[in-house]
Design a protein around this ligand. Structure first.
Ligand code: NAD
Length: 492
């Protein structure tokens, strides 16, 4: 592995995300040799703590994610960690961070490379970025990089996202900003590109002549849990559709990039999003449905979860139809759905092909059932793999057909060896590869689309709750697709 050099500064360095995902991911990069001796990590938050206590917390975070921590490797790794308490709203205090960064840069010979990771409440993103620049924390060493990594959410509508982006742009160029969408770090989401552009069989059929519709489902089994106060201000449309679903859809819909580089891939994703039809009020109302879960047995309804107002109109479920006005997709809808407290936890994409134009097996005397559609399923999680449904002859003397499946499931060992999204994404940041991050144009088109749905929903009081826990959402989600004489491939 190529060793990467950098000093990391983690804002929100004592937060849940940092301990649960970010530090264990850095450790994996360390074990693989992507980080060796020329790196240091500074954690900051308001809490007071010395380096030793912080290092003990890092060890605990490694142990909690299944690592042995009694090794020399683990001790060497945590020796690169430093802690500095800091209130992000205290501009003068950035000088202390600067001094520490400069010192560690020299000590570990990191050559001036700096990664600023904002893992805290988004209302601080703008000020932090500004203070990093005005207080001189950006390195000006020749050939050194300064990179800013931002957690979600990126705004709550187009206007707020634009304000945030304008604020960040004062200190960082677009190619220095890495907006995390951890779905883009998932193995099978990245595999969409391999599947499409590595296979004649797939890509030559990947259009409205052969594909009837595409379905994307991000289904969660749990309710809001301890994230309720955040979630109630957001809802499924902002929390899942604007970012993860729009990213997946743009990878499915885009044209082939000229080259496999971040610039080329982003350009194609942006083009796809530009041709996504932004609905007027009437179309938004018919093409999107929302839901909120009710009660069942001991499970409280959403409005009686802790920290949720009893009259909340926040949606915990969304289903919708997306239409692209371009040559490749005109007439082929993308159906999407996501929600909490559904039947199961999984993410999958189902690509439904058109049936043969003529079914020669359905001659008048035949008893044959009509040919089934070919369906290509991409299993993203919990299991990774593909499945292709074809029609074949049944093994009897007559002539009937039946759907059969070609399955490829990634085996358990391979799954275990697959890097976690955050490990991949941190590695990409170290390399300066922006492929698997959301660029500003993508984010802005996604918000403009989603804002129209929100606008319509905000005009009307929803009839909530409207779905039973452990189902696949409200009846309206079935009607949405049945109206088009289609059905969800994954159903109960
Ligand atoms: P958290 O609440 O656990 O941690 C927040 C951190 O910010 C803490 O270290 C806290 O001490 C620090 N902080 C708060 N106010 C501060 C101030 N004024 N000055 C300095 N430090 C301050 O949050 P989290 O769950 O770790 O999430 C961090 C970010 O990641 C958020 O943007 C969140 O939306 C995003 N995110 C989290 C998850 C997750 O699984 N936890 C998933 C996706 C995105």
């Amino acid at each position: 592995a190529t060793e990467r050099k950098a000093v990391f500064l983690f804002f929100g360095g004592t937060g849940d995300l940092a301990y649960r995902k970010l530090y264990p991911s850095l450790f994996n990069l360390y074990r693989k040799g992507n980080l060796r001796s020329h790196f240091a990590v500074i954690g900051t938050s308001r809490a007071k703590m010395d380096d030793d206590k912080f290092r003990a917390a890092i060890k605990k975070s490694l142990a909690d994610s299944g690592n042995r921590t009694d090794s020399k490797e683990a001790s060497d790794f945590v020796s690169h960690f430093y802690y500095q308490d800091h209130d992000v709203t205290d501009t003068a205090h950035y000088a202390v961070l600067k001094e520490l960064m400069d010192k560690l840069d020299k000590k570990y010979k990191a050559e001036g490379h700096r990664i600023f990771y904002l893992s805290m409440a988004p209302q601080f993103f703008g000020t932090i970025a500004q203070d990093l620049k005005t207080q001189g924390l950006l390195s000006d060493e020749k050939d050194a990089f300064n990179r800013l990594v931002i957690e979600k959410p990126f705004g709550r509508d187009y206007d707020s996202a634009k304000l945030l982006n304008d604020a960040l742009s004062k200190s960082f160029d677009e190619n220095q900003i890495f907006r995390i969408d951890h779905y883009l770090g998932k193995e099978m989401i990245q595999n969409i590109e391999a599947l499409r552009f590595g296979n004649t069989l797939v890509e030559s059929l990947w259009n409205n002549r052969y594909i009837d519709n595409i379905q994307v489902t991000l289904s969660e089994k749990l309710g809001v849990e301890e994230r309720a106060s955040y979630y109630d201000n957001s809802g499924a449309l902002r929390d899942m559709v604007q970012n993860h679903i729009m990213q997946i859809v743009s990878l499915l819909a885009m044209e082939q990039p000229v080259a496999f580089t971040d610039t080329d891939i982003r350009a194609e994703k942006v083009k796809a999003l530009r041709s996504l039809r932004v609905y007027n009020v009437a179309d938004a109302a018919t093409n999107f449905v929302r839901g909120q879960y009710g009660a069942v047995n001991e499970q409280a309804d959403y409005r009686h979860e802790d920290n949720v107002p009893h009259d909340s109109t926040t949606e915990t479920f969304v289903a919708g139809k997306l239409l692209f006005d371009n040559y490749r997709w005109s007439g082929t809808p993308f159906y999407i759905r996501t929600g909490k407290m559904l039947a199961d936890k999984f993410t999958r994409v189902d690509v439904v092909f058109k049936r043969p134009l003529v079914d020669i097996f359905a001659f008048p005397q035949s008893q044959n059932t009509p040919l089934a559609a070919n369906v290509l399923t991409i299993f993203v999680e919990p299991h990774a793999g593909f499945s292709l449904q074809l029609n074949a002859k049944t093994n009897d003397t007559g002539f009937s057909t039946e759907p059969i499946k070609l399955d490829y499931l990634v085996d358990a060992q391979k799954s275990k060896d697959t890097p976690e999204p955050y490990e991949r994404l941190l590695h990409d940041v170290l390399k300066g590869d922006g492929t698997n991050f959301s660029s500003w144009p993508e984010v802005s088109y996604a918000w403009k689309f989603v804002d129209q749905i929100r606008r319509v929903w905000d005009l009307q009081e929803p009839q909530f709750p409207n779905y039973t826990p452990h189902s696949m959402g409200p009846a309206a989600a079935e009607e949405l697709i049945q109206r088009d004489h289609r059905e969800w491939v994954y159903r109960l």
